[in-house]
Write a protein that binds this ligand. Structure first.
Ligand code: PEP
Ligand code: MN
Length: 265
């Protein structure tokens, strides 16, 4: 397969690119309250981390679970962006929310469950914003690249691919992190590639190991779910790291990145 990706034309602002950096993106699964976000952002600020994640429109497996604060969540994200000078990443689940999400987000996330939503991909292709495209858990890497081409076909080449775990026969962990797929994407595309070990593992204890393995592979970024009190989280409680666990993980990543000639930012 030909290498996919064209040069990124001005005025696209490349926030994460294939450089000597590994960008850390952290934040809760879902924005739940101002206080929760402020605690998270104080930690990011202290560590010098500049990229905040947090879902406001949450895609869920069960309709009886928390589906996000919606517009109110976006307002909280906006306030965090301003207060702590952060780059904000949040998911758009539906084209009907796209304008609203794009007003707050510096980087738009398309979730794993939406990877096959042609209309959403095309609509994000009309934006002049970076898009993080998460791999569907039943998609091959080539299908992920095809989904990215829906976005780029409308003129937006500013796309980051995210490996977040695929479904395999293994069911003791939530999904299986496909680092072979990451290697394939590194070799065969020019998209920046980030890894989300949180959704892949689904269990907090395994996430530091997977994060370190991913950084050692030379990925462009890492997306980690963190929460001030994971056990009380309204979504994905079992996989979120608390502030102390996250700080320990962050510190352990620095020498690993350095060993392969990269800097954590
Ligand atoms: C998320 O990152 O908030 C999320 C829902 O992940 P995924 O789309 O990978 O399931
Ligand atoms: Mn989550």
């Amino acid at each position: 397969m030909d290498r996919v990706m064209r040069p990124r034309p001005y005025p696209y602002f490349i926030m994460i690119s294939r450089t000597e950096h590994t960008t850390i993106i952290a934040g809760p699964c879902a924005v739940e309250s101002y206080g929760q976000m402020d605690t998270v952002c104080q930690t990011l600020h202290r560590l010098g981390i500049t990229h905040l994640r947090g879902g406001c429109f949450k895609p869920r497996t069960s309709c009886n679970t928390f589906r996000g604060l919606g517009s109110e969540g976006l307002r909280i994200m906006s306030e965090m962006r301003r207060k702590y000078s952060l780059t904000v990443i949040t998911e758009v689940r539906d084209t009907k929310h796209l304008d609203e999400v794009a007003e707050t987000a510096d980087i738009i996330q398309i979730g794993a469950k939406s990877m096959f939503d042609n209309d959403l991909l095309l609509a994000c292709g009309e934006l002049k914003k970076t898009v993080v495209l998460k791999r569907n858990f039943a998609a091959t890497v080539k299908e992920l690249v095809s989904a990215a081409e829906f976005i780029s076909s409308r003129g937006n080449d500013d796309i980051i691919l995210c490996e977040r775990g695929i479904r395999s026969f293994e069911n003791n962990t939530r999904f299986t992190l496909d680092l072979c797929g990451v290697s394939w994407l590194k070799e065969n595309t020019q998209f920046p590639i980030i890894v989300d070990p949180s959704h892949a593992m689904g269990l907090a204890y395994g996430i530091p190991d997977l994060a370190r393995a991913s950084v050692a592979m030379g990925i462009d970024g890492l997306m980690i779910e963190i929460h001030p009190e994971p056990s009380k989280a309204l979504s994905d409680a079992r996989q979120q790291l608390d502030m102390r666990q996250f700080e320990a993980l962050y510190t352990s990543l620095l020498p690993i990145a350095k060993a392969i000639g990269k800097t954590i930012i």
